[in-house]
Ligand binder design. Structure first.
Ligand code: NDP
Length: 262
């Protein structure tokens, strides 16, 4: 199926590893040129160069923290330099671990800035570029935790839920400009971060990190396995394309059967 993404320009945050990198590769494989953002410039630049070498598309690396204004402005400027963006993937984010009773205000604020304000600021800066180009696509990578919480990470649950509502609200505002906004809620996706956590948690009890990950999958997902970043990226790539032209203002679950409601 030709997705018609050749020549489009896509901005992807959190693109140096894991899900964001898989989405970047998926879009590059379809011929899109890229603006990739993450804080760590070295890893990002290496991946941008690798993607250009492998797929023959241009990939610009922007070392930027999306949780502050200067970071989002740098990303918006990099997209403008390419003539504007057609696709924005708000993916940068991370899990948390706390209780409501103990977490300080500063922690709530930091996750609000990372998961919500980054998306707000990037939409404000990049939607006008899309409008000038005749339309576009904005996708938010929230989480199944936006609707089905994991109790050890209340700040993650709440901020991802806010991101999901932001996506819905933004979609109505931008569809008159032919900009389709959607949200994706993933379940368990096996990224290097999960492997690192599993290794840490099992270090003192024999090091069976794979067994630990299997137990997590058994407990949470009907499929009893993690998804790969590529399995999730496929959905982002489809939603980025004109093939998803009637997908507007929704949230799509990619969770291997983890969601326990209809
Ligand atoms: P990883 O930790 O593997 O990668 C996160 C990426 O985001 C890295 O490129 C990191 O680079 C970048 N990043 C983190 N903080 C910032 C910041 N402040 N500014 C710019 N870039 C940043 O995460 P995953 O791939 O696992 O997750 C990606 C998204 O998917 C997250 O939003 C996560 O909540 C969501 N998700 C993940 C699931 C999973 O099971 N893995 C399930 C459901 C949702 P650097 O550190 O250099 O900045």
């Amino acid at each position: 199926m030709d997705l018609g993404l050749k020549g489009k320009t896509a901005v992807i945050t959190g693109a140096s590893v894991g899900i964001g990198l898989a989405i970047a590769e998926g879009l590059a494989a379809e011929g899109a040129s890229l603006v990739l953002a993450a804080r760590g410039g070295e890893r990002l630049e290496a991946e941008a160069a690798r993607i250009t070498g492998k797929y023959g598309v241009s990939a610009t690396a922007v070392a930027a923290d999306v949780a502050n204004v200067a970071g989002t402005e740098a990303i918006i400027a990099a997209a403008a330099e390419k003539g504007g963006a057609d696709i924005l993937i708000n993916n940068a984010g991370t899990g948390s671990n706390e209780t409501v009773m103990e977490a300080p205000d500063e922690k709530w604020q930091a996750y609000w800035d990372l998961h919500v304000m980054a998306a707000v600021r990037l939409a404000r800066g990049i939607a006008p570029q899309m409008k000038r180009r005749g339309g576009g696509v904005i996708l938010h990578n929230a989480s199944i935790c936006a609707v089905q919480p994991l109790w050890y990470e209340p700040i993650y649950n709440v901020s991802k839920s806010a991101l999901m509502m932001f996506s819905k609200t933004l979609s109505t505002e931008l569809i008159p400009d032919n900009i389709r906004v959607n949200c994706v809620n993933a379940g368990l996706i096996l990224t290097p971060d999960w492997i690192k956590t599993a290794k840490q948690l099992t270090a003192e009890t024999g090091g069976n990190w794979e067994g630990y990950l299997q137990s997590v999958a058994n407990e949470h997902a009907a499929s009893k396995r993690f998804g790969t970043p590529e399995e999730l990226a496929n959905v982002f790539v489809f939603l980025s394309s004109e093939r998803a032209s009637y997908c507007i203002g929704s949230t799509y679950f990619v969770d291997g059967g983890m969601l326990k409601t209809i």
